[in-house]
Design a binder for this molecule. Structure first.
Ligand SMILES: N[C@@H](CCC(=O)N[C@@H](CS)C(=O)NCC(=O)O)C(=O)O
Length: 250
């Protein structure tokens, strides 16, 4: 969103609530600094969470693709649950704090709000019809694979060893792999650079972060498999907006 549109959005946010508002200078990266009520803010949104979380990462990459300025507080659910709880009672990431303090929760709801703010030209999910349904279906496959991977990872790595249920790990991993297989079919059938067009949509962002996350937490599940999806992922990561959000493994 342009600075002027963000300024207008912020001013109407304060006006609707009867809060005193004034622009008072420039903050970090020359983002306008403003006063809202008794507190100071910059107009940049704040993303809560680390990009190790694929849900956080798809939010960060989407903000980049939409060219919406944001800062990030890289809090981890394992070490900073209380600080995260100040923004999200569920103590989950991501949360996105809007100028003025409103906290958006859950990547799907955050991305929906961002698409609306960015407008149809820059939104990552088409507004209506078959194109929208196709992107949403692919997003659901990627998001579902991420959820199954997180559940498998928690089952395998977070439980006391004696309580780990290997059958559950196997079943959850197989569900994630089935999601990747379906996305791989879509990638193989695509005749355009990304799944549904010349530019990445939310389907490409989510598929990319899901496959990268699998490579970190369950590398054996995806190694030397899903060739078309891996090629798509590499094309997406070649874009700085997406590639620069990758989680650096040691
Ligand atoms: N449906 C949520 C899932 C978010 C999620 O599961 N985040 C994980 C990190 S990868 C988390 O916060 N886990 C901590 C917990 O649930 O206690 C979304 O899309 O944002």
């Amino acid at each position: 969103m342009s600075v002027s549109r963000r300024t207008a959005a912020w001013k109407s946010f304060c006006a609707e609530r009867g809060i005193f508002a004034a622009e008072i200078g420039k903050g970090r990266r020359r983002a306008p600094l403003f006063m809202c009520g008794a507190s100071w803010h910059t107009q940049a949104m704040i993303l809560i969470g680390r990009n190790l979380s694929p849900f956080v990462r798809r939010t960060a990459a989407s903000l980049n693709l939409m060219r919406i300025e944001f800062t990030q507080q890289t809090l981890s659910t394992a070490d900073h649950a209380e600080a995260i709880g100040a923004h999200n009672p569920l103590r989950r990431v991501p949360a996105l704090i809007l100028p003025g303090g409103e906290a958006l929760l859950d990547s799907a709801a955050i991305l929906d709000a961002l698409d609306e703010m960015a407008g149809p030209e820059r939104a990552l999910i088409p507004p209506s019809g078959p194109a929208r349904r196709a992107v949403l279906r692919a997003v659901a496959l990627g998001q579902g694979a991420m959820e199954k991977l997180v559940a498998a990872y928690y089952e395998r790595d977070r439980r006391p060893a004696a309580l780990v249920w290997p059958d559950a790990v196997a079943r959850l991993s197989a569900q994630a792999a089935a999601g990747f297989a379906a996305l791989d079919d879509l990638a193989a059938a695509s005749t355009v650079p990304f799944l549904f067009g010349a530019k990445p949509s939310q389907a490409d962002v989510t598929a990319t972060v899901a496959l990268d996350f699998a490579g970190i937490v369950m590398p054996d599940l995806v190694r030397d498999r899903f060739a078309a999806l891996a090629a798509l992922r590499d094309r997406a990561n070649a874009l700085p907006a997406i590639g620069e959000t990758r989680w650096a493994t040691a």
